[in-house]
Design a protein around this ligand. Structure first.
Ligand code: ADP
Ligand code: MG
Length: 465
């Protein structure tokens, strides 16, 4: 009938606009490498900020003592304590707690947010048991994972450039987030020093390196997306400080802000961007990350409802609510293997109030999930290839016996839980690198590795060393 041919036309157009053939992915990877060079060359030289982290040494395994970590970067924050036992005993004991952030604090005042965090941290510290040992008169130390773009001024200070991922608190922008946290801890009567300020990518890189010596980069695919990697210090023209002894510097790419004319951007993406809290920014992130995939799906379904009556003669009102369809629900629908796509039916009913969908309609929904998720996974893989090119690990050396092993620490709920997405990312990486180079590349899931990584960096930057 006319309806189904209209449906097919909408899908076809989406497929065309969102297409990521291998040639296009190579262009994206190349553009990533080019922008990395530009961002390292000068401040503001690229959409990629390529932020200097002040981490010039990654964990060695010698770290010892009691350290805390606090991870703020999305919908939840985590507090963690770890007793490190040096080379022999490694991680002796660790405990963590997760607290969700009330939405009104994400868009309120700076003090309110930091007071909430410091209060939860103080409660957690109060519950410290006898298995953890702090030498007498020793101040507790904390690694602060703060996963928003920050211009670092030292390993333990940095000013917020902008909020992302649904946070929007004007009074924090331009402030030193360590000072903000420290003041809030003082207000709580909590005696604790922030010894390291890192991004979750840097934390994940540090945690990844602690467990695997070959880790050279970290990628986050969760609510947002970002990447960090180890750069040669003399390959950073914008760095005017002394060259670190190690000769290396960890770079926080802030790759979520990458953009390129080669990115396959559709009208749905453009509308999402325009109506977002940060129009024109985080364009790569808006194509890839967990915060947005479900929302893109909603927008396509809304178009199908309005222009093809996919869900009947009226447009389901809930479908007009931004962000009502979250990526975990999309993932459930996409992974539905039942013959009648029961889960798809359930989700459409539960979340969107659309009862009694036909199998044909459900199949359309799954097809849209597939287009959106795979585009995201393809682009994330292309981004990784861009990094590997930058550090010369994308192709085997002339003497193939000298092929070094390269490990990438990966973290984030999207990669961890959305299997079709992560499988697609891995197979795309293989395809782009070719059979030889790809045998030496491993992606290691570092489940919440950023917390342990931040505590390790607090240990290696302790005031008591
Ligand atoms: P954050 O990025 O907020 O630090 P996580 O790394 O835990 O936190 O990632 C959480 C994000 O991962 C969620 O916002 C969601 O987008 C995505 N996610 C979580 N669970 C799933 C799932 N089952 N399927 C797909 N995406 C998921
Ligand atoms: Mg996280």
């Amino acid at each position: 009938s006319g309806r189904w041919s209209r449906v097919a036309a909408v899908i076809k157009e989406l497929e065309d606009r969102a297409a990521t053939p291998i040639g296009k992915l190579r262009q994206v990877a190349d553009a990533m490498t080019v922008e990395m060079h530009a961002g390292l060359a000068s401040e503001g030289g690229s959409k990629l900020k390529m932020l200097i982290s002040y981490v010039d040494n990654l964990p060695t395994g010698d770290e010892a003592g009691l350290f805390y970590a606090l991870d703020l970067g999305g919908t939840n924050f985590r507090v963690l304590r770890v007793q490190l036992g040096g080379k022999e005993k490694r991680v002796v004991k660790q405990e963590f707690e997760e607290v969700s952030i009330p939405p009104h604090l994400m868009v309120g005042g700076s003090d309110e947010l930091f007071d909430f965090i410091a209060s939860a941290l103080a409660k957690f510290v109060a519950s410290e048991g006898d298995d953890f040992h702090l030498p007498v008169d020793r101040q507790r130390e904390l690694g602060f994972t703060f996963s928003f773009p920050v211009r670092q001024t030292s390993i333990a200070s940095g000013t917020l450039i902008k909020w992302t991922k649904g946070f929007n608190i004007d009074s924090t922008v331009g402030e030193d987030v360590v000072a903000e946290l420290t003041r809030a801890m003082e207000r709580q009567g909590l005696d604790m020093r922030v010894s390291a300020l890192v991004n979750d990518t840097i934390g994940t890189l540090a945690g990844g390196r602690y467990y695997d010596r070959d880790v050279v980069a970290a990628v986050i695919l969760g609510t947002g997306t970002n990447a960090a990697y180890v750069e040669r210090a003399n390959a950073i023209p914008k760095w005017h400080g002394l060259l670190p002894k190690s000769g290396e510097m960890v770079i926080n790419m802030e790759w979520g802000n990458f953009r390129s004319s080669h990115l396959p951007i559709t009208d749905y993406d453009r509308a999402l961007d325009v109506e977002s809290l940060n129009p024109g920014e985080q364009i790569f992130e808006k194509l890839i990350s967990g915060m947005y995939l479900g929302e893109i799906l909603r927008r396509v379904l809304l178009k199908l409802a309005t222009e093809t009556a996919l869900f009947g003669d009226t447009v389901p009102p809930k479908l007009e609510t931004p962000f009502i369809l979250r990526t975990p629900a999309m993932s459930v629908m996409h992974h539905d293997n039942s013959p009648d796509l029961r889960e798809v039916g359930n989700k459409l009913k539960e979340l969107l109030g659309i009862p009694n969908t036909s199998l044909k309609t459900r199949k359309v929904v799954v097809q849209i999930c597939d287009i959106i998720a795979k585009r995201g996974a393809h682009l994330a893989a292309a981004g990784i290839v861009g990094i590997l090119k930058k550090i010369g690990r994308d192709a085997p050396p002339k003497d193939v016996s000298k092929l070094p092993r390269t490990a990438i620490a990966m973290d984030g709920g999207l990669y961890e839980h959305y299997t079709i997405f992560s499988d697609c990312l891995q197979s795309t990486l293989k395809e782009m690198l070719g059979p030889e180079a790809s045998t030496a590349i491993v992606i290691k899931l570092a489940n919440d590795g950023s917390g342990i990584g931040a505590s390790l960096l607090a240990a290696s930057h302790s005031q008591h060393l």
